[in-house]
Design a protein around this ligand. Structure first.
Ligand code: SF4
Length: 237
């Protein structure tokens, strides 16, 4: 189910005022202490590889993407090589990531755009990245944050969308609205890290169907109404 069609949980929401910012900072500090190893899980050696891996990660796990990208990048080591690839050859390599025909079109289209407009290099500006086929704001935020060290925004995937709302850091109907609220709440220097931490926490602790509230490092700061019942049920098992 797409993130934007999910109902928002009924939680109090931190306002982007001094109190809300302090509380959001405390949440991030706690998550940082609990998950110092949180980082982008997509294996990559350069910006080109990260763009393509992020395109492939749509509706797919990072583990699955990491299984196909070594083959993809060995065969097409740069944008020029990928721009000249035959769609069926790319489809064969990336088939297991799902939506492989559309993704192959995006990969080749993106590579073609890189060659035509940027000399085969990945640009380091949001406005250039989102003009490329297959690259939306979420992908651009991932690439700018991890390949360029540029704090352009907060990548909102399904984990950030869910966890930020459970924590009471934001409440909205769309990933774009969540990003806007989080950007107002958090200092720019922490934007990229916020995404890494919320994704990691969502994967390891605050899972969609069965959050591990009983062992959660931000239990006392969380705004999720069901957390006490979930923690109690877990303790009785
Ligand atoms: S207390 Fe539960 S709902 Fe809140 S962040 Fe932790 S795991 Fe998620």
């Amino acid at each position: 189910m797409p993130a934007k069609s999910r109902p928002a949980p009924a939680v109090a929401v931190l306002a982007p005022d001094a109190r809300g910012k302090r509380r959001a900072a405390a949440l991030l500090d706690r998550l940082e202490a609990a998950h110092p190893e949180a980082t982008c899980a997509l294996l990559h050696r350069n910006a080109y590889q990260l763009v393509m891996a992020t395109i492939l990660s749509a509706q797919c796990t990072d583990e699955r993407v990491n299984q196909v990208t070594p083959v993809l990048f060995a065969r097409y080591p740069d944008a020029r090589a990928l721009a000249e690839a035959a769609a069926e050859d790319v489809e064969e390599i990336i088939r297991s990531t799902g939506f492989f025909r559309a993704k192959a079109r995006s990969l080749i289209g993106c590579a073609t755009g890189l060659v035509a407009r940027h000399g085969g290099q990945v640009p380091g500006r949001m406005e250039d990245l989102v003009e490329l086929p297959g690259v939306g704001r979420k992908t651009a935020n991932v690439v700018l944050g991890h390949a360029f060290g540029v704090e352009s925004g907060i990548a909102v995937d399904t984990h950030v969308f869910r966890v930020s709302q459970r924590l009471g850091m934001a409440r909205a109907e769309t990933p774009e609205q969540i990003e806007e609220h989080l950007m107002a709440l958090l200092p720019r220097a922490r934007w990229s890290r916020t995404s890494d931490l919320l994704i990691f926490h969502g994967r390891k602790v605050c899972a969609a169907r069965s959050p591990r509230c009983g062992g959660c490092p931000v239990f006392d700061l969380c705004a999720f109404d069901d957390r006490i019942a979930i923690a109690s049920a877990g303790a009785k098992r």
